[in-house]
Design a protein around this ligand. Sequence first.
Ligand SMILES: [Zn+2]
Length: 290
Amino acid sequence: MKCIQLDRWQLAAGTILSLPVVFACAQADAAPPDVLDLVTDEVETQSTFVDYTILGHLYRLEDAVAGAFQHTAAITLNFHDTNHDIDASTPYNASDPDWPDPNTQVGLTWYQNFSSNHHNTTDYPWFVVYAQHTVANPSTECRGGDIGYGIAFTHTLTNTPNYVWPNAEDRFSFVFLTDVQVYEQAYCVPPDHTPSSDEQVENIVIHALAHEYGHQRAGLTHYPYDFNPPRSTTIYHQGSVPSGRHDVMEYNDQEASEHGDPVFDATWNERVGDPPSTCRAILLNARSIH
Ligand SMILES: [Zn+2]
């Protein structure tokens, strides 16, 4: 870092003012940062009616997620609720209304078919569904016990970090909103377990949606490693986050429940076209994909 001194203002004759010397600092070898026009994503959302009633209480959700992408990469998200009464018997059949396990090939194919039948790719390049219980999750215990549960998933191309599907038909994220609520609140009974507050639940959903949209929008990897296939992905997360915070692409329960403003790792010197070494660089490079 090198500091440069700006010239004093040249004043008109006869005007005698004492002005303070103004200092400004700039990177010695860096050009000024790019000024980016805002990119707008038209995001289609759908939900079951049960999840729609939960969403009715999540006042901060969509603004918080849009704000994270806008702050990081000048990408803003316009959400369009096109269906909030998805037939809950659609998964499998009426006798088994739970949503399939996306970690199986049968389940993933089912979600692909669902997306093909529901996503209006002509008007909305991006797609998010708020869904009920998935069979991939256990169904009785508070999250505070020994269990973990899957909050959400996104269709990604295995083995190809930072890949964005070129065709909108392939783009979809599902958030299992009912599971989040019941694991955080309904199944958590004092004195053994403390239910999450409504604010904490909303923070968790905000992180889940920002995380999934990071996968969908820019193929962002997890920090510090991906499970499938197992590999270190720290090379794509070489930036930093504010003190005490965690990259939204990391799994961190405390971060998710305590903060309503997700953060991505960044150096803040990234420019469009830079190597994919931070979330921000990768998001900047994905801005041109629509
Ligand atoms: Zn993920």
